[in-house]
Design a protein around this ligand. Structure first.
Ligand SMILES: *Cc1c(COP(=O)(O)O)cnc(C)c1O
Length: 686
């Protein structure tokens, strides 16, 4: 390590730390940037490269205290150690040529790279982080949106307004990869035009993520805008994005000289990668079409993420045909044969990415046990000859990357080596409570400084509710009994306070209505100043919330929450879940780790009846269980019963719902078998 003694040498030492997303899971590394200029760092959405580009050598030099230098050296040593240690993967004998290509339309690695919109992307980011830690050979492929996740603000009438700040690649931890692969896309007249792709590389420890975009000089104007906005534009643009991701992604991997043996499609958006792989096998390797399809299937893993229609995209087949007919021909397929791969039943009109992905993947999974069962039922039509429980869709329950989401205080208390989480059962109650209180104080201060929220009382039971304002998430359930809620908020002895955050899809007026209702309610005297809507929910706010509130509330309409991951982040921080038994919570819940909301609407109740019963159950559990446990205090002011629940939540759920467990499951149950079935075409590695 070069000696650091002035602004220039400090900058040179910080740049490599800022250029690798490993900094996102090492609290001390992030703090090195935060401490240089906390206000500016927050304004720059925690982007260390942007911060370094703004600070002068003098600014840097003035930060260079002996204490700062010591911390810097500690971070440098830690990063060096992490790169060097033996991983789970290398502990055993492994196939030499094993490599997974992991495709996703969004990746949420950090707030500073907003190319994600929610849980799907953050899961993909966490997957890469865990693969790096475990040493699993894996390469990520996604899109670089110039305008990613929108920023949310409320106007004077409390209506959500979206703003799309531009991502400037030069001020992000991305490197331009010098190559310009081409994808053919149909223009307005239906003519195929070669579109050149830009390729950016992000480093996540041992793993690389390649992000593709079309904003390349020489491309026609319409083509340059294809990857402009995350999930943006009309149907045709969406299809073009998916062709860039799938077809372009495979071409990028080949140009890099990579020969993945396993392809993992995280949701159907990348499914066109199968078409390009098929073309390679048929056109370049001379494999017959049906044999090639079989080889392709054997080496593909597909994860379906939601039973909600928006996540299972369908296209007008003519639109698809205009864009891919040429490719389909080169695969030796008739158009009708190809179109049939995207349908459940022969008489279906539309081309669905989920059926296409399922028909071309030998290995498929849902993201919780319950979601696995729901998916087998939902896609049963693809296997009409099989009983529902033999539909070949298994489940691997999601997880979260612990080091990204665990509070600094808990990491200090529990240590960062195994059995990290089990130590929660042994540490003194006062220490656990103190660690939680520090995280809570930090959250309350953070929302005042960054969101202009009113100061809240840290002694009051604080409920967090933060997620996309999609209809099925039912944010309005908690507000459906205003009088009962008002009584809880204003209670003199045992009050509650509520922090709400989340974005509505820009086109979802219903979702925006709910936000408006929450904010209006927060203003009323009945809310007693104890309901706060926090605008612009993103990863930094999420991290503070899941570490600092007392209860994490989730009220989805069962069974539409395929997994849910924010509750896992809360659980490992000892923030107790109070949730409908849907998604991951249906398998995680026991009375020793949190609270279950179980409405008594029958199986054939209408949605309105279900909402009614669930709202009733929600209030009953808050009043009858959550509040008494929280406010019951011993002589020392420590809530023993609550802390017992916190201990079990951390010790039991922390490891079970981590990405390390999840990625090991993918490796052992899906990746290794898929690797064994991979076509071995020597030409691929060239
Ligand atoms: C974890 C996370 C999500 C996903 O949470 P769900 O529980 O699946 O709704 C969405 N947005 C952000 C910013 C997150 O951190």
């Amino acid at each position: 390590m070069a000696e650091v003694h002035d602004g220039a040498t400090l900058r040179a030492a910080l740049l490599p730390i800022a250029s690798d997303f490993s900094f996102t899971w090492i609290g001390e590394a992030r703090a090195l940037f935060d401490d240089l200029n906390p206000r500016r760092f927050a304004e720059l959405h925690s982007n260390p490269i942007a911060l370094l580009s703004e600070l002068t050598y003098d600014d840097l030099e003035s930060a260079l205290t002996p204490e700062y230098l010591e911390r810097l050296e500690r971070v440098q040593r830690r990063l060096a150690r992490e790169r060097g240690y033996e991983t789970w993967w290398t502990e055993q004998e492994r196939p030499e040529d094993f490599l997974v290509a992991y495709f996703s339309a969004e990746f949420g690695l950090d707030e500073s790279l907003p190319v994600y919109s929610g849980g799907l992307g953050i899961l993909a980011g966490d997957h890469l982080k865990a693969a790096s830690e475990l040493g699993v050979p894996l390469v990520g492929v996604g899109l670089f949106y110039r305008r990613g996740y929108f920023r949310q603000r409320l106007d004077a009438a409390d209506r959500q307004v979206e703003r799309y700040p531009r991502n400037d690649a030069n001020r992000l931890p991305l490197e331009l990869v010098p190559m310009a692969p081409v994808v053919e896309l149909a223009d307005e007249s239906g003519e195929l035009v070669p579109v050149r792709l830009g390729v950016w590389r992000a480093r996540i420890g041992r793993v690389s993520l390649y992000l593709l975009d079309t904003k390349v000089s020489g491309n026609p104007a319409w083509a340059r805008d294809v990857t402009d906005i995350l999930y943006g534009g009309d149907r045709e643009n969406r299809l073009r994005q998916e062709l860039v991701l799938g077809v372009g992604g495979v071409r990028v991997l080949r140009r890099l000289g990579l020969a993945p043996t396993v392809f993992h499609m995280n949701e159907g958006h990348s499914a066109f990668l199968q078409l390009e792989r098929l073309r390679e096998l048929v056109e370049e390797d001379g494999v017959g079409t049906s044999e090639a399809l079989e080889q392709l299937r054997e080496s593909t893993v597909f994860t379906t993420h939601t039973p909600v229609p928006a996540g299972n995209e369908v296209f007008d087949p003519e639109l698809v045909q205009r864009n891919v007919e040429g490719l389909v021909e080169r695969c030796g397929l008739e158009w009708d044969e190809f179109a049939a791969l995207g349908k459940v039943a022969p008489e279906d009109e539309l081309f669905g990415l989920t059926p296409f992905a399922l028909r071309t993947s030998r290995y498929a999974n849902g993201v919780s046990e319950l979601h696995g069962a729901v998916s087998r039922e939902m896609w049963h039509g693809l296997w009409p000859g099989s009983p529902v429980d033999e539909v070949p869709i298994t489940s691997i329950t999601n997880g979260v990357h612990q080091r990204t989401w665990l509070s600094r205080e808990l990491e200090e208390l529990l240590g960062d080596t195994d059995p990290q989480f089990a130590r929660a059962r042994e540490v003194p109650a006062e220490s656990l409570w103190a660690a939680h209180r520090t995280a809570k104080d930090r959250l309350l201060e953070f929302i005042v400084t960054t969101r202009g929220a009113q100061a809240l009382d840290p002694d009051v039971l604080t409920i967090g509710f933060a997620r996309r304002f999609a209809t099925y998430k039912r944010a309005s359930l908690l507000f459906s009994r205003p009088e009962r809620l008002a009584a809880l908020l204003a209670d003199a002895e045992r009050p509650i306070q509520i922090l709400v955050a989340g974005k509505a899809h820009p086109a979802d007026e219903g979702g925006k209505d709910v936000i408006q209702q929450v904010v209006d309610f927060a203003r009323e005297p009945a809310a007693a100043g104890r309901v706060v809507f926090l605008s612009d929910y993103e990863m930094t706010l999420a991290r503070r919330l899941v570490q600092g509130v007392d209860v994490w509330l989730n009220t989805p309409r069962r069974p539409l929450e395929a997994s849910g991951t924010s509750g896992m982040k809360a659980a490992l921080n000892g923030v107790l879940n109070c949730s409908i038994l849907d998604g991951w919570w249906a398998e995680a819940y026991s009375p020793a780790v949190g609270f279950a909301i179980v409405g008594d609407a029958g199986a054939d109740a209408s949605e309105a009846e279900q909402d009614e019963a669930d709202a009733e159950a929600l209030f009953a559990i808050l009043e009858g269980q959550v509040l008494p446990a929280y406010y019951e205090r011993g002589a020392d002011g420590v809530p023993e019963r609550w802390i017992a629940l916190m201990r079990e939540s951390i010790a039991e759920l922390g490891p079970r719902f981590g990405t390390a467990r999840m990625v090991r499951d993918y490796v052992e149950r899906l990746y290794l078998p898929a690797h064994d079935g991979a076509p071995r075409a020597a030409s691929r590695a060239a």
